[in-house]
Design a protein around this ligand. Sequence first.
Ligand code: HEM
Length: 111
Amino acid sequence: MLFKTYTPKDLRAFDGTSDNGRILMAVNGSVYDVTRGRNFYGPGGPYGNFAGRDASRGLAKNSFDLDMLTEEDKPIDKLEDLNKDEWDSLREWEQHFANKYLLVGTLVENQ
Ligand code: HEM
């Protein structure tokens, strides 16, 4: 599997609705292939709003509210306002994803 860079716009193509059904998700700058977690992230799944998106803020704040997501044409969320507990939460989730899913790339700004 190729390790590459993805922009927020690139990621949107991998929300599980395309022919190949592939699902990618960014967590604190890393991009994971979460396709095998399709029951969570696939269309209609409980965490489907994270599919094809940078999920960092939602994971930090344990919320899947839509306002946790940054529009794909906006700069990457710098997460500068997170408090210590929120950073701890995000890092714990990061471990969860690193242990369970394939790391396929890094998130970079739109060109
Ligand atoms: C009503 C509250 C919630 C319930 C009952 C619930 C339930 C669950 C369950 C049963 C799992 C599967 C655990 C496993 O099999 O390892 C899970 C995983 C997960 N939950 Fe929740 N959850 C809730 C709220 C949330 C919220 C608010 C978030 C927002 C960040 C969230 C994000 C996740 C994520 C990211 C996973 C991991 C999925 C994976 O391994 O790919 N959950 N949840």
